[in-house]
Each structure stands twice: as structure tokens, then as C-alpha cells.
Design a protein around this ligand. Structure first.
Ligand SMILES: Cc1cc2ncn([C@H]3O[C@H](COP(=O)(O)O)[C@@H](O)[C@H]3O)c2cc1C
Ligand SMILES: O=C(O)c1cccnc1
Length: 361
């Protein structure tokens, strides 16, 4: 049992790990000795320095990256807020395992571990082998009419994430959370809007491809849901209860536990970033372990990234989820580390260093 007992604070409030400052300084010094003008590799330098701090070594490496896709269904789809039917959630679970989904391909490409977790689908799928089954319920309630979940269910969702991180193979050195759940752009939109105190209309977008009249309808459903839920929300956990989803809670829990265990996090798109926002609301130390892979085409993502003071590595107009944007960014991260670890220093290559240094520096 990982949730709060009567006497102790809940696990998600426990301190996160502290990145190693000496390794960070060592990596910064190394970057300035490599055969290039200082700073010329831009964000790639920052990425390598971050990983040095996270791994406590001047030459960091990624050897065992892990992607975990958390899946769940959403009662609010009864209001017609997704372009696809609810059955797709479970159908895609099969596709993840069979190896045909985008994230399956990218995980193979990177030789990255791929774990799929059922957090609660409307259509039963416990017969599916190769999926970890932790259903909280058969999907959330329709949050346009009532709370998406109870307080106990919200805590259960957070616990699933922590359990999964605790079960990762020893030596896992990068964590990507993916998600699958028809209707979850609606849940993420309302959750982010609730946390940021913005109207849902400031964040809402097409998700799977809701456009025109249908997008207008989605906006109205989400605005009404916010009006219903607002009076019940005084804490981030209550925001999850009112308008969240089981997979969103599980991802937030996984991020917090990864930060507590010192496992670097590569955050995916709008949905994953909204779970990151929830995680940081619950435990601000989680932010120290996050790197952001890409900026999704889903319009709300820009606001969520801004609130997290996050600068994503890529902007490719992707809007899929599953962890696919983060997995794509992993290529850039690996290249950043290869350059940092393998480039020659000025001394090693007998290259002359900088001779014009401005007074201001
Ligand atoms: C075939 C298919 C594969 C997906 N993989 C991720 N999503 C993405 O789309 C869904 C969210 O969009 P909305 O809120 O509009 O339903 C999530 O399941 C998300 O992961 C998919 C969606 C579909 C249709
Ligand atoms: O950016 C995302 O996470 C996203 C966008 C659209 C649909 N599903 C996920």
C-alpha cells in the first residue's frame, strides 16, 4: 500500500532526488573544452549538462530507456467530444502489444522497453496478455454531469504510476510516459484549465480531429463542465477528481516517483505535459527531473509548457500522444550525449582555443 496512512504524509509529498551539482559543473567545463565555439551546440549542450547532473557523472549515457503507456476511458465521450469511438482505446491496446502502433515502432527503433498499463477501460480487456491490468473502474464518470472519480480513485490512480516506476528494470535511466484514452484531450483541457485558472476555451483543440461545428460543441461541453466542477476544486487532487482521468493521475504519480528515485523524465505532448503540470502542483521537486520532448500541435500545449517554464526540443506538428513525440526527441537526446562524450577537446586535438574574449564576459 503506497497511499497515505493516518500518521504519515502521502508518498507523493515526499522529497524528490537532488541533481548532482558537481557533475553539472564538470559537464559545463567539458562543454567549454570541446572543439567548437562555446555554446555553439545550443540546447544540445544544455541537455548533456542536465543528464550529467541527473546521472551524477560528467559523461552521462542512456542505456535502458523505458516507455510506459497508461490507458483509460473517459465518461465524457458520451457527449460527443472525440472524432473516434470509445472502442478505439482497447483496440489500440491490442495494437501496442502486437507492435503496430506508432509508439511500438519507435520503441523498437530505440530498443526501448515498452510497458502498457490498463488503468480502467469501458470495454473489459483483462483477457489481454502482455498488458499490466490495474483498472480503477470501467472508465471515469461523465465529468460534464458529475465528478470524474472519487478521492479514493484519484489516489489509486497516482499509486498505479508509483507502482509501475518501482517495478521498472534496475538501471532504467530514462522514463517516457505515453497515454491512450479516447476523450483524454477533453480531460487534459479541463484539468490544465482548472490548475491554470483559465477558461477551457483558452486550451481546447481538435484532439483526434474534431473540427468546425463539432469543435464548437466540444468547447461548449468543456466550458459547461468547468462551470459545474469549479466550486468543488480547491486543490490539484480535487481537480483530478473532478475533471481528470485515471491515466492522467497515473502519469502524474509516475513522474513524481521517477523524480523521487532520480530517474530523468522525457515528457511527451499536451496530455503528458498536463499530467506533468499536475505532478508539479502536487510536488514541485518533480520539475527538476523533466525534459520536454516536443510541442504538440494541440493548441493548449503552448500554455501548459509556458506554465511549466519548459522549452521543448522539437516542434514537428505532431498530435498523437502515446509517448511518440518524446520517443522522437530521444534521438536528439542521444545525439547530445554522444557529442558531449565523444568530441575531442582543444588540447586532445591540438586545436587553438578562443583568442578574442570580450571584456563584458
Ligand atoms: C487510432 C488512434 C490512435 C491514437 N493514439 C493516440 N491517440 C490519441 O488520441 C486520443 C485523444 O484524442 P481525443 O480526445 O480527440 O479522443 C488519445 O487516445 C490519445 O492518446 C490516438 C487516437 C486514435 C483515434
Ligand atoms: O499532444 C498530445 O498529447 C495529443 C494530442 C492530440 C491527441 N492526443 C494526444
Amino acid at each position: 500500500m503506497t497511499s497515505a496512512s493516518r500518521w504519515s504524509s502521502p508518498w507523493w509529498l515526499h522529497a524528490t532526488a537532488i541533481p548532482d551539482f558537481r557533475s553539472e559543473q564538470g559537464a559545463l567545463a567539458r562543454q567549454n573544452e570541446l572543439t567548437k565555439p562555446p555554446g555553439s551546440l545550443g540546447m544540445l549542450e544544455e541537455v548533456a549538462i542536465k543528464f550529467a547532473a541527473w546521472q551524477g557523472q560528467v559523461k552521462p549515457q542512456i542505456q535502458l530507456p523505458q516507455c510506459v503507456v497508461f490507458a483509460a476511458d473517459h465518461g465524457v465521450v458520451a457527449q460527443g467530444v472525440s472524432a473516434f469511438p470509445q472502442a478505439v482505446t482497447v483496440e489500440m491496446l491490442k495494437n501496442f502489444i502486437a507492435g503496430g502502433a506508432a509508439i511500438s515502432v519507435l520503441a523498437r527503433f530505440h530498443q526501448m522497453g515498452l510497458t502498457v498499463v490498463n488503468c480502467g477501460t469501458a470495454i473489459p480487456c483483462e483477457y489481454l496478455q502482455g498488458v499490466i491490468h490495474r483498472p480503477v473502474a470501467a472508465g471515469t464518470e461523465d465529468f460534464s454531469l458529475q465528478a470524474a472519480m472519487t478521492n479514493e480513485q484519484a489516489q489509486q490512480a497516482l499509486d498505479i504510476g508509483a507502482e509501475i516506476i518501482d517495478q521498472l528494470e534496475v538501471g532504467s535511466d530514462l522514463f517516457i510516459a505515453g497515454e491512450m484514452g479516447i476523450g483524454n484531450t477533453s480531460a487534459a483541457t479541463c484539468l490544465a484549465a482548472m490548475i491554470l485558472d483559465l477558461p477551457a476555451t483558452a486550451l481546447v483543440g481538435p484532439g483526434t480531429g474534431v473540427t468546425g461545428e463539432n469543435l464548437h460543441h466540444k468547447q461548449q461541453v468543456l466550458a459547461a463542465s468547468m462551470r459545474r466542477a469549479k466550486e468543488f476544486v480547491e486543490s490539484p487532487l480535487q481537480a483530478l477528481e473532478q475533471v481528470g482521468g485515471f491515466e492522467l493521475g497515473a502519469i502524474a504519480g509516475a513522474y513524481i516517483r521517477a523524480a523521487q528515485r532520480g530517474i530523468p523524465i522525457l515528457v511527451d505532448g499536451f496530455i503528458a505535459s498536463t499530467a506533468a503540470l499536475l505532478a508539479v502542483q502536487l510536488n514541485e521537486g518533480a520539475r527538476d527531473w523533466m525534459l520536454f520532448g516536443h510541442q504538440s500541435a494541440e493548441p493548449g500545449h503552448a500554455r501548459v509548457l509556458e506554465a511549466l517554464d519548459a522549452e521543448p526540443l522539437l516542434q514537428l506538428n505532431m498530435r498523437l500522444g502515446e509517448g511518440s513525440g518524446a520517443a522522437t526527441a530521444l534521438t536528439i537526446v542521444k545525439q547530445a550525449l554522444a557529442l558531449h562524450n565523444e568530441m575531442a577537446t582543444f588540447a586532445e586535438a591540438s586545436v587553438s582555443g578562443q583568442h578574442l574574449v570580450s571584456e563584458a564576459e
